[in-house]
Design a protein around this ligand. Structure first.
Ligand SMILES: Nc1ncnc2c1ncn2[C@@H]1O[C@H](COP(=O)(O)OP(=O)(O)OP(=O)(O)O)[C@@H](O)[C@H]1O
Ligand SMILES: [Mg+2]
Length: 367
């Protein structure tokens, strides 16, 4: 055992999605490497997240405890990621001023442009850098707003689990921390990319394809510049398949299995595969429309740079054909995170690393 091991203790991270909750036990080691000791994925009790808060605390506590037990997770301290659904994030711009005066100007701009109760919310900002708009030098700032009572709700959850709260973080942070790692996508699977990057820059989009939500993160030089939650996720496809196949009320799970089996197929012309594939396309088309509006907004209103590539995370990124779908519709190379090589994270030998795309938020909050 090295010296570092004697002093670094392990802790738990928790990400409660609408569908699955992810629990990871990690330890920070030498050279800041994050070791994943154990992890487990459980079922989130239905309907327990409302407006970003945990409603059915007892249900969540008992499922988390079940997963903790099943996977021999035994740390006593925890970091948790909040649901993204009730968090506001904005890019604001102020006229260029020396750094010493920026704080005051930024708070004034926040008060003027983001009409929220300053006492009831936790507001954080991060200066992104300077930019020029119509010949005028501006400071670009990323602002996040979350209700304090939602933060408290997550702390109370950790207390109920008898875990000592170390941090409550938001998804845009956990995702950007994860993507600060050295991610090697070179020559994935040894295959030739469908699309080569047209431009190579350090701006990319991370899509978290969840069950009820699709979260768009635009990172520039590894810093979050844009974040938006679209309230449509992979479970919409299940519902469309359910309707189109005129399934029985108890067959929702079967609809989900169809989705996983067929995905988006280009070859099917008839039958169940075709119907399911069309349903998936219809939902994805509607999501892509919202995504394009967000990218437009980022480019024009946030003075953004055109992204050069896409990363897909979340359970929805497992869907067959999804990578090709994104490449075709956004004309950018798309990569699934679970096949990338990531420096700085190591998994215990017995763990299945194929499910990495589910764990990005839980790992990011640990970093
Ligand atoms: N192979 C697959 N093909 C298609 N969809 C899949 C596949 N595997 C998982 N999914 C879908 O991924 C979703 C769950 O992903 P994830 O765990 O990222 O969601 P979540 O975090 O619970 O939801 P949210 O982020 O919206 O709160 C489910 O809708 C599930 O059907
Ligand atoms: Mg999620």
């Amino acid at each position: 055992m090295g010296v570092a091991d004697l002093f670094s203790s392990s802790f738990i991270t928790i990400d409660i999605g609408f569908r699955y909750l992810k629990i990871v036990q990690v330890k920070k080691g030498r050279n800041n490497t994050l070791s994943v000791i154990n992890y487990g994925i459980g079922d989130t009790p239905r309907g327990c997240i409302k407006n970003g808060a945990i409603m059915d605390r007892d249900g969540v506590v008992s499922e988390i405890n079940r997963v903790i037990k099943e996977h021999n997770i035994n740390a006593r301290e925890a970091k948790i990621v909040m649901s993204g659904t009730n968090i506001i994030s904005r890019v604001i711009m102020i006229d260029y001023v020396p750094e010493s005066e920026a704080d005051k100007m930024i708070w004034q701009e926040i008060k003027d442009t983001i009409p929220v109760d300053l006492a009831a919310n936790r507001i954080d900002y991060k200066i992104l850098g300077t930019t020029t708009v119509n010949g005028q030098k501006k400071i670009k700032v990323f602002v996040t707003v979350v209700l304090k009572k939602i933060v408290d709700n997550y702390i109370e959850l950790l207390n109920s689990l008898k875990l000592k709260p170390l941090a409550v973080d938001i998804p845009s942070n956990s995702v950007s921390k994860f993507f600060k790692l050295d991610i090697d996508i070179g020559n994935i699977n040894g295959m030739v990319r469908h699309r080569k990057p047209k431009k190579d820059n350090d701006t990319y989009i991370v899509f978290d394809l969840g069950s009820e939500t699709t979260i768009i993160n635009i990172l520039k030089n590894k810093t979050p510049e844009f974040n938006r939650v679209i309230l449509k996720g992979s479970s919409r496809i299940d519902m469309e398949i359910f309707k189109d196949l005129q399934m029985q009320p108890n067959e929702m799970q079967k609809a989900e299995l169809h989705k996983k089996r067929y995905g988006i197929s280009d070859t099917a012309v008839a039958g169940t595969e075709y119907i399911c594939s069309q349903a998936a396309k219809r939902v994805m088309d509607s999501i892509i429309k919202d995504i394009k509006m967000c990218i437009d907004f980022y480019l024009t209103r946030c003075n953004g740079e055109h992204p050069s590539k896409i990363f897909l995370i979340g359970g929805g990124s497992q869907m067959k054909g999804i990578q090709e779908y994104f490449e075709e519709h956004l004309e950018l190379p798309a990569y699934r995170i679970n096949v990338a090589r990531i420096k700085g994270i190591e998994f215990s030998a017995n763990l299945d690393t194929d499910r990495l795309n589910y764990l990005v938020n839980a790992l990011g909050v640990a970093l």
